[in-house]
Write a protein that binds this ligand. Sequence first.
Ligand code: SF4
Length: 182
Amino acid sequence: MTTLNPRIGGMLVGYYRLCPRKAWLSMRGLWMEQESDAVALGRLLDDHSYSRDEKHLSIDAEAPDGTELVGKIDRTNLKNGVLHETKKGRACEDSHRWQLRFYLWLLYLNGVTRFNGQPFTGQIDYPLLRRTEPVTLDAEHITELATTVSAIRSIAAQETPPPRLTKRVFCTKCAFEELCYG
Ligand code: SF4
């Protein structure tokens, strides 16, 4: 990935919504072990918790500003028109929602709908909590996602990282905490 013209994926969008600095550090190739463990745990939950009928799905698209977008969706139930994203906890649930909305947007940008012409919907699965949360995409989300992608492109070109969060509520769960606060 070149940082000046990044290919933007769902996880990066989720990071940006949580903390632009976290997105910038990730684009610079910093990928901490704790983060890798969280993703690996997500995959493990994903592989052992759900039906084999659901498929992993990869999808590309181009944003209105020309940015390349990429999505790797945990599980897709094509028959029911639902994209699933598996998470272990709800501490960053707003970030999870944006990640899943991003994948719905990729389908929208490609003109992909269900067999009946209705749009796909999303569902965040929290198997450890035995909870699910529905996610949909509306016109405001589409505008917000386009703005977010442009903003990520803009910070990608910065030589220095965006400032640290002033409220550290997410920092205790972030793999970059020691890097940011020593
Ligand atoms: S520790 Fe806090 S400020 Fe630093 S990248 Fe993570 S969330 Fe952002």
